[in-house]
Design a protein around this ligand. Structure first.
Ligand SMILES: [Ca+2]
Length: 439
């Protein structure tokens, strides 16, 4: 065992718990190594406890990973890599920052006004994505929550019956999600244009959805949550509870499944969704994978196909928060079934497909952030089947993650005192690639 590994384990970093893994056999060797490390570290344990610097080590199928804390942020929500070793980061209260050379910038100017209603609010400034031709056109896309121009004078005046009685009256501001695009010029947004809106706006602090993903054809997918209203998910006259697909300028693609259909909105790609906060298109299979928050149990991985109905709120593998049962997907032909559901839930938020050289064992894996699971969930896909599932214990609510140009991972921790982390293999003498310091 190398001196470097021993130092990293025993004096500078705090070890997180061992991860869970579906196939324990490859970990006999890892377990022996862990025992050896524990025995080496034992005498230094008290000293290590006293020297915790904020950096930690966590275990994984790819060996030990160092977890560096790079910056402090208030409820960070999304990451997007910019050219030139720079990165955009959103904070839910309404700030967009650039992370460069180890430093966070002051907020970028020109961000639209967002309606953020405090720490329990799921709204605010949410995702950020680069146009596929960002290098030439400098366009970025922001998803966020805006207040309606028409506000009720009191909660009593908000008898919004459009989607039944499921109205969250814990808040008194009528709001809805929006997507805007703008040019990023230095630390300033210009030519801002709102290209899409949730409809209708309604009350409530939850289920905005709002992940953004450009497909290889240049179309933009938006996950649009059902605002805790349940029934909009099954209504084709509302874009709540949907996966939406638009052109990069906000217009509706002619090949969307409901274009020209009566009483249906053309921007809808799929429906019957609750709240999707993570989505990827896998480059090997071209499958669009969406990770949907279930109710009490029943988080879902769905393969999204145009025009299909994914069941919410008619069917779910979870239960209502009042413990009322919901029929499961199984046994129905009408609704698409998830390829995986989690109970207890993981609360998926943020996803990516790893293709870096720094952690070669993970190439092709889908990495999903987990809020309640306080983990990164790694999935090896075999077509539309999950072949291997691993949890990398982070002991923090993971909101989003993205691959850095050097193959390490940038990870956001969801908290009022949240943070930007970097994950990378612990260097050993056994051939791990050397990694430059992060700053
Ligand atoms: Ca479903």
């Amino acid at each position: 065992m190398s001196t470097l590994l021993t130092r990293a384990h025993c004096t500078g970093r705090n070890r997180l718990q061992t991860h869970a893994f579906s196939n324990p056999q490859p970990f006999v060797g890892a377990a022996l190594a862990a025992l050896l490390t524990m025995s080496l570290c034992f005498s230094a344990a008290a000293q290590a406890e006293a020297q915790v610097s904020g950096d930690t080590v966590t275990s994984s199928s790819a060996g030990d990973l160092a977890v560096e804390t790079l910056a402090k942020l208030e409820f960070p929500w999304a990451l997007a890599i910019l050219p030139g070793n720079r990165m955009l980061i959103t904070e839910k209260p309404g700030r967009l920052r650039i992370f460069e050379a180890g430093e966070l910038s002051e907020p970028v100017q020109g961000v639209p006004e967002v309606a953020y209603r405090g720490p329990k609010d799921q709204g605010g400034l949410l995702d950020v994505a680069l146009h596929p031709d960002f290098q030439s056109n400098k366009l970025i896309y922001l998803s966020y929550v805006e207040a309606s121009d028409q506000q009720p004078s009191s909660i009593g005046d908000t008898g919004d019956a459009r989607f039944g009685g499921n109205l969250d009256k814990s808040d008194n501001i009528v709001r809805g999600g929006a997507v805007a695009r703008a040019k990023l010029e230095g630390h300033q947004l210009t030519d801002l244009e709102v290209i899409w809106r949730q409809a209708p706006k309604t009350l409530g602090r939850g289920h905005f959805g709002h992940r953004l993903l450009f497909g290889p054809d240049g179309k933009l997918f938006i996950t649009s949550g059902e605002r805790m209203r349940f029934d909009p998910s099954q209504s084709l006259s509302s874009n709540l509870g949907k996966v939406v697909r638009i052109n990069a300028d906000g217009s509706v693609p002619e090949d969307n499944p409901f274009v020209g259909k009566q009483d249906a909105l053309g921007d809808i790609w799929s429906y019957g969704h609750r709240n999707i906060l993570a989505m990827v298109m896998h480059p090997e299979s071209d499958l669009l994978l969406a990770f949907e928050m279930g109710p009490l149990g029943g988080d879902e991985v769905n393969v999204i196909e145009p025009g299909k109905n994914y069941g919410w709120p008619k069917v779910s593998n979870g239960a209502q928060y009042n413990r009322a049962t919901i029929p499961p997907h199984a046994g129905t032909e009408e609704y698409q079934k998830p390829i995986r559901s989690w109970t207890p839930v993981i609360s998926p938020s943020g996803a990516m497909v790893y293709d870096g050289g720094l952690i070669p064992e993970w190439q092709g894996s889908v990495l999903v952030g987990g809020l309640s699971s306080t983990a990164i969930v790694r999935l090896e896909m075999d077509g539309n089947r999950i072949a291997v599932e691993e949890r990398v214990d982070m002991q923090r609510r993971i909101r989003d993650l993205v691959q850095a140009p050097d193959g390490s991972l940038y990870v956001l921790v969801d908290d009022k005192k949240g943070s930007l982390l970097r994950l990378l293999p612990v260097r050993t003498d056994a051939g791990r690639p050397a990694v430059a310091p992060s700053s």
